[in-house]
Design a protein. Sequence first.
Length: 546
Amino acid sequence: MTGSDRHLLTVNGLAVNFVQGGKVTHAVKGVSFHIDKGETLALVGESGSGKSVSALSILRLLPVPPAEIVSGEIRFRGEELLHAPERKLREVRGDRIAMIFQEPMTSLNPLHTVEKQIGEILEVHRGITGEKARARIIELLEKVGIHEPEKRLSSYPHQLSGGQRQRIMIAMALANEPDLLIADEPTTALDVTVQAQILQLLKRLQREQGMAMLLITHDLTIVRRIADRVAVMKDGELVEQKPTEELFTRPEHPYTQMLLASEPKGDPPPPDETAPVVMEAENLKVWFPIKRGFLRRTVGHVKAVNGVSVRIRQGQTLGVVGESGSGKTTLGLALLRLIPSEGPIVFMGRHIEGFDAKAMRPLRRHMQIVFQDPFGSLSPRMSIRQIVEEGLLIQAPDLTWNERVALVARALDEVGIDPAAMERYPHEFSGGQRQRIAIARAMVLQPRFVVLDEPTSALDLSVQAQIVDLLRDLQKRHDLAYMFISHDLRVVKALASELLVMRHGEVVEQGPAAEIFARPRHPYTRALLKAAFEVEVEREADVLET
């Protein structure tokens, strides 16, 4: 037995290039690591570091072309995979090595039921069909925590929540009891409580089955909870590899040190009861009708926001937290009068609840929104200058072209984008740069109130910290009132003076952020904080009220 065959998986000197239009990108440069039976190796690094490319190379799932594995060796249980025939790879994929992808909605087939998707794996690799397969599928669904699994067999992906879809992906991956599970950002799109449940589930199943795991993530909190060893990647190279606790306590490479220092820091301004109120609402309601039957009669309502009262002051940030579907974004849209609502809304001393689009137009420059996904919210057909100046064309039509360009340049400079790049397009910028452009688009009108809807959730940790610092700086410079919507409690803790905790459209806890973080009163708030800040994933999580 060779040295490399002692390990379950060995990757030696892996190099991967992408060739497009004559241009060669060195995505992975001589990466080497190993994984032993039953252990978890976390492969960490920022977007573009080569983590997922390295993982996909193990099962030869990279698109060829443009991907090209230039050199290296990948051995699984002593067998070479890089040059194995396709027949051998089909035996390994989904059976001995399984993979969970980042976004379950795009990984699951929208045309197939849960039963068919899991059943296909059992049939292909084990030849199990019929009632025997059905019993095994129900057993798997129970194992991954799907309630009433018999009722979910006929469900399609769109009928499941994000957490349920990810559990289905895990059930598919574990159907044939693999020796190695590759988990590519398995919790990125999930709420913190669901994230904690999925991590606990993976850890428990790993113990039960003696399975090894390659965890790909940029979330160092998850790494510390679940990994035995950590390999850090940067620009296609592996820069540091250590046992988890040693890496967190004694990081050697400057890049590792930077990643560990990237958590948003600093304290928000303390609550100031004397500051002028910019936005307030009393007993706000947003109910969506449920219509059924041939005549589409209203038979009930989805109470997306149900009796919420808020008060946001100048220079202050109200953090709004809660899981998906809790009503956070709906509340923000209602305050901006972008969707209909009931209840008084007062903006800068004026009641605006009855204003139509025409009446709201003069006020729009004073209230802005920054969305979660900058790539989706910026038009790919417009240059950065056109995107940022669009609001000026509507709100300040008397400005000359030179005056508009000067304001755009000032806004871009303020958010850290070189004004000389204003004629470039969104796809030419990184995710963090695109979010800075989205912030510039909001700030160019010099607003008084800004709704920030998950503005950091799609970003790497170091970029998150930079955006938090930028938002804090802009708030201090312009005395802005923020409503910061997020499920990332670490970011909220760094920004919010006041905190609003929502669940099922209602407020369960509200008050000074520091006080709630230190002494949460409601069980749901405690569960959120435990999921976000608890280090030991093996401890049982609080059971949320149903």
